[in-house]
Design a protein around this ligand. Structure first.
Ligand code: PMP
Length: 463
């Protein structure tokens, strides 16, 4: 049998093999040639170890906000092992025990929702949502083409071409066009950099009203859905004001536009609730999820809908092909579904939502202590999900330059802590924000280590 015990592997040999054939994600090719890659071999709680034995505190939950229950969960490994031995796979048209139980569990956390459609990644979950909107609306509104999807500046919805067509982060789109027709952009809701130059609460929530302007410009009969990240993640950890989503929902209802919440990052306790939208007075029609759903112990995602969305496929369902003609081959993998089930079980057993709320307040409180530094523009967040926007000048909000930003990141890493960042290296729309999303099992001591490392780096950069 294959033996993957890290003790069997020599660091130098592995680094050479890695450089020979492994095309890494998110890595500048020049840097990749000149610098040794980080090879992670072990994890326990929030601590990870690289192939040379160096330890880090991981404040990113696996780099991209996934490992919500922390590393080293034997119970997930065991549940997956048992399930795979018993029944590994049969294509998605058949049911299986973990799929039924997980769908039921998810719906129990989402009052008003009804159906769960499984797939493998956040991008895929969003693609399914777009396809449901297009096909469902063609059935529901015969003769109309109510299929356009509106999305927001600064939101991200995935890496595949349609998901990227719905993405408002220019640096991710550069070079990948032409994009899919029928996707239109709406301004964002970031108060720190209000797109309308206004100040809350005297702003009339123009960012919500902007949705109506775009619907009217495009023509209400052509607009099918509006997709948003409830609390924007990679765009800079942006939480809209309380009035925003109720207003957005009213506008959507007025023009029969479905509201899709992309919970790929926010979902599963990241912000202190099962789902980020549950912080607001809003009731979406569709919700997509991935990452924290199985804490990345396996690839798993879902598109969850209200009964009404499902029911549109019943209308005029007289032809044999009158159904949602989509398949996700691996959306039926029982191992991933079993991992998802045990992941939610751990969250319930260990009260991780409560911990996310309590420790999130602690983290954001401690990050706010950094606000005295001249390069800290704003601290924001919810639950164990926080951002610190860095500026060269507090008065003008000029973003921190790339050289200093890179140095901050390197200095935090040198302190043995891994954090994330937004990236404005080739467009300004994201600005420079440090991001924090530690596993939901974090305690005060580990959060202190994270914030202390960041203070060291920011003090150096402030000089
Ligand atoms: N939506 C959001 C909000 C995301 O942050 C991401 C991934 N970072 C995605 C969708 C796409 O997920 P995946 O990479 O699993 O396709």
């Amino acid at each position: 049998m294959v033996n993957l015990d890290p003790k069997n592997f020599n660091a130098d040999e592995m680094i050479k093999m890695d450089k020979d054939h492994f095309w890494h994600h998110l890595t500048q090719h020049k840097v990749f040639e000149s610098k040794d890659p980080m090879i992670i071999t072990e994890g326990d709680g929030l601590i990870i170890k690289d192939i040379r034995g160096k330890e880090y505190v991981d404040a990113t939950s696996g780099g991209v906000w996934c490992v919500n229950v922390g590393y080293g969960r034997e119970s997930i490994a065991k549940v997956v092992y048992e399930q795979l031995k018993t029944m590994a796979y049969y294509a998605g048209s058949a049911g299986n025990i973990p799929a039924i139980l997980l769908a039921d569990k998810i719906i129990s956390k989402m009052p008003g929702m009804s159906k769960v459609y499984f797939s493998n990644s956040g991008s895929e979950a969003n693609e399914k949502a777009f396809k449901m909107v297009r096909q469902g609306n063609r059935k529901k509104y015969p003769g109309k083409d109510k299929t356009k999807i509106l999305y927001r500046d600064r939101d991200y919805h995935g890496t595949t071409i349609a998901a990227l067509s719905a993405t408002g982060q220019e640096q991710r789109r550069e070079d990948y066009g032409p994009f899919v027709p029928g996707f239109e952009k709406v301004p964002h809701a970031c108060c720190y950099r209000c797109p309308f130059g206004k100040e809350y609460p005297g702003c009339d929530i123009d960012c919500a009203k902007a949705l109506e302007d775009v619907i009217l410009k495009e023509g209400p009969d052509t607009v099918g859905a509006y997709i948003v990240e409830p609390i924007t993640a990679g765009g800079g950890i942006i939480m809209p004001v309380p009035e925003y989503y109720p207003m957005v929902q009213k506008i959507c209802q007025k023009y029969d536009v479905l509201l899709i919440m992309d919970e790929v990052v926010n979902g599963f306790g990241r912000t202190g609730k099962w789902f980020g939208y549950q912080h607001f007075d809003v009731d979406p029609d569709m919700v997509t999820m991935a990452k924290g759903m199985a804490s990345a112990y396996a690839a798993l995602s879902a598109t969850v809908t209200k009964q009404g969305v499902f029911d549109t496929f019943l209308e005029n369902a007289d032809k044999p092909m009158d159904f949602f003609r989509d398949i996700s081959t691996y959306g039926g993998c029982t191992g991933s579904l079993a991992a998802g089930l045990e992941n939610v079980h751990i969250m319930e057993e260990e009260n991780l939502l409560e911990n996310s709320t309590k420790m999130g307040e602690y983290l954001i409180g401690r990050l706010n202590e950094l606000a005295d530094l001249p390069i800290v523009g704003q601290v924001r967040g919810k639950g164990l999900f926080a951002g610190v926007e860095l500026v060269a000048d507090k008065a003008t909000k000029e973003p921190l330059d790339e050289a200093r930003m890179g140095k901050v990141m390197a200095d935090v890493t040198a302190e043995g802590v891994l954090i994330g960042r937004t990236n404005r290296s080739f467009h300004n729309n994201l600005n420079n924000t440090l991001t924090f999303a530690p596993a939901l099992v974090a305690d005060e001591a580990i959060l202190d280590r994270i914030v202390d490392a960041v203070r060291v780096a920011l003090e150096k950069a402030s000089k």
